[in-house]
Each structure stands twice: as C-alpha cells, then as structure tokens.
Design a protein around this ligand. Structure first.
Ligand code: LMR
Length: 408
C-alpha cells in the first residue's frame, strides 16, 4: 500500500543543483554537478556538435523511427574502436559486443543487470568492489539489481592522492572472482588516477585473483585532452587478455548531457570460441535492453556517430576536447596559485596533481557548509568541486572564501 512507502532523501547532486538555482545572490558559484561550463559560467555546446546537428537537419531522409535494440551500429562500432584502438585484436577477433545505452548510467545499469543474471559462482552473485569514495550512484545501481557491494581504499586523506597500498591489499585479499569497478580515467569524485605503472600492478592482482574488471569511463579525451592516453588503462587490461565490461558515457566529452548517449561493451577473453561467447552475450544483452528501454534514443547517438565517422569532424572534436581540458587545467593552476599566494594553511599541490572534472579539495563537511552559508558557493559535502564551475571571474572569490573558512 502507498502508505508503506517511506520518504527517500533527495539525490545529493540534483538537490544541490536545485538549491543553487534558488539562491539569488549575484556572487553564487556552482561547483556541484560535473558539467562543463565556459569561462562565462555558461554551458558550452561544442562547435563540432553544432556542425553534426546541421548535418542531421539537412538530411532529407532523417526521421524519428526506432533504432534497433542494440542501438545505432555506426555509433557502437566506432565507440568500441575509440576505446580499444582501431587495431585492437579484440575487435578483429570479434570478441567485442556493444550496445548503445542511456548514457553512462544506463551502461552501468545494463552491465549490473547482466552480471546479476550471469556472473554467479555456485548460484550466488559475486561481490562488487567499489573505490572509497566513488560516484554515489554506483552504490544504488548495483544494489538495485541485488549485487552485493564492498569497498576498496582509494583516497589517501593525508596526501590527497592514491592510497595504493590499501587498494592493492584489499583487492588481493578479496574473495577470488570478485567484480572490481575501476574508473578508467579522471576518477569521480577524487580526480586521482593510478599511474600507468600502478595500473600494471592492479592488473596483475586482478589476474592473479581471477577478478572481473568493470570499467566506467565518462571522461575519455576530457581528462588529458588525449583520447588514446585516457583509454590507456582499458587498453592495457584488454591486452592482458581479461574478460571485462566497459560502461562508456558521451555526456561529458561531447557535452551531450541531456541527450543520454553512451554504450556498454562486453569484451571476451581471447579463446578459440570467443566469437561464439560474444554472440551469446549479445543475444542476452538484447533481451535485457528490450525489457528495460526497448531501444535507445536516437538524437545524441546520431550526433556522436556523425563526429566519430567523419575524419574532419573527428579532428575538430579533438580540438574541442583540448579546449575543455585546457581550460580546466588552467583553472587548477589559477586556484592553486591564488591559495598559495594567500598563504592559505595547508598544502595545495593536489589541486594541480588531480585530473579531470573534479578536485577533492580536502575541505571538511563543516567548511563546505560555511562556504555555502557565508559565500553562496555550492559543492558536495565530501569536499568535491567541479573544476568546470570555476572561471577567470570567480576563481579569486572562491580562493578567498576557502582561505577564510580554512582559517576560521
Ligand atoms: C557528477 O558526478 O556530478 C556527474 O557525473 C553527474 C551525475 O549524474 O551525477
């Protein structure tokens, strides 16, 4: 009965966005949801996305028909190439099965559903290990489908970098054949990524323990400005012969947030019957997809696919990615140098060491609250800031506000 439904808390990120909107201070600063803003604090439609949109609008054949259940093939095939590299043996050996999804969240969900149904040992689901901390939505997506979750240490509060020893020892001591969720690049919420050498060690542990890697990638090209570099960890794992899955979002790197464009990829391990395994997996993914969303939305998929399939537009997209990542890197430098200039107590090197959309500042929940009450600055209570919310107009205001709350 309806009165047995308890009140749930508001989503912390979208609640923050609502509170920011309702604030009428002219000084307010939005460092909440991870969405790119230009130097005027405005959403940025990528110029290459405008061009792709023109292509759709000028196509006399364009219509609003259903896509196939697995989505737009011209997108999913290029999306897999983008992740794995064009010459990847996984692709030529037909070991990859790809499905277009409702952005990254939909991809994580489809993967969760698939593993809940098919990845069992003695009839029971395996535990999935999440980094501590991780994107808050991960927890509920996996628990909604009945996959038990646990945590591995990730963020070292002292160095504001990676707790590599803690991470390794938890993964090495987890039961064999656990599932391990890994952020491919630009870790959300910390902005802390393993180095290539550390990725190799992580892969060796997962291999030794027969763990199942589940990659989440929402920032390819957005993190460093280099698409290949940001796919480095995934490519290394695939080269090592893992069976794995990847959730891929095009929200951030195409600025297609509300269009919900993304893909889920299953990669089989190299084996003589790998292509058959992949075909069977694809057939099951199609059933799951059909019952969940029938078929995915067309507009964002067309935009991304037009760009990925046209060499000139692809080159322009890389330019746009460098514009976004470059502005964020310059804001990291500006924030760090303002704080150092002010002599704000503490070390601030992590602001420039971290990468991608977010910085985990190390500010306490109380300091975060004070920033909101006294300065109209909005950020999640774990101290995460969306770097894209900073610009040449507000970075000094933010630095001075941080200086004030750190001293008080
Ligand atoms: C974020 O973490 O802010 C973004 O990934 C947006 C979201 O959906 O939570």
């Amino acid at each position: 009965p309806p009165d047995a439904v308890p009140q749930a808390p508001e989503d912390p990120l979208f609640g923050l966005a609502r509170a920011y909107k309702a604030d009428d201070s002219p000084n307010k600063v939005d460092l909440g949801i991870g969405a790119y803003r230009d130097d005027n604090g405005k959403p940025w439609v990528l110029p290459v996305v405008r061009k792709a949109d023109e292509v759709i609008r000028n196509d006399p054949e364009a219509n609003h028909e259903y896509l196939p259940i697995a989505g737009l093939a011209a997108l999913t095939s290029k999306a897999a190439e983008l992740l794995l590299g064009t010459g990847s043996p996984a692709l030529s050996e037909k070991r990859v099965s790809s499905v277009q999804t409702i952005s990254g969240t939909g991809a994580v969900h489809l993967g969760a559903l698939f593993l809940a149904k098919f990845y069992k040992v003695n009839g029971a689901n395996r535990t999935l290990y999440l980094s501590n901390p991780t994107w808050a939505n991960h927890n509920q997506i996996f628990s909604n489908v009945g996959i038990p979750t646990a945590q591995y240490p990730y963020f070292d509060k002292k160095t504001k970098g990676l707790d590599f020893e803690g991470m390794k020892s938890t993964l090495a001591n987890a039961p064999d054949r656990s599932i391990v969720l890994l952020h491919a690049c630009a870790h959300n919420p910390t902005g802390v990524d393993p180095t290539p050498e550390q990725w190799r060690e992580i892969a060796a542990i997962l291999k030794e323990k027969n763990h199942f890697p589940f990659f989440d990638t929402a920032y390819q090209g957005f993190a460093s400005g280099d698409l290949d570099r940001d796919a480095g960890a995934i490519r290394y794992f695939v080269e090592q012969g893992f069976e794995l899955v990847i959730a891929q979002s095009f929200a951030k790197n195409f600025g297609l947030y509300g269009e919900r464009a993304g893909c889920f990829h299953y990669v089989a391990a190299p084996a003589s019957d790998a292509a058959n395994t992949t075909t069977r997996v694809a057939s099951q993914l199609a059933i799951l997809q059909r019952s969940e969303i029938s078929n995915p939305p067309i507009y964002g998929a067309k935009i991304a696919s037009i760009v990925l399939n046209d060499p000139a537009l692809f080159a322009e997209w890389q330019e746009n990615l460098r514009t976004m990542s470059g502005r964020i890197i310059s804001m990291r430098e500006a924030l760090r140098s303002k704080l150092e200039e002010l002599g704000t107590p503490g070390q601030w090197n992590h602001i420039t060491d971290q990468i991608g959309m977010f910085s985990f500042t190390g500010l306490s929940e109380k300091q975060v609250q004070k920033l909101r009450e006294d300065f109209h600055i909005y950020m999640t209570k774990n101290g995460r800031i969306s770097m894209a919310g900073l610009n040449t107009r507000n970075v000094e205001y933010f630095a001075k506000a941080v200086d004030s709350v750190v001293r008080s």
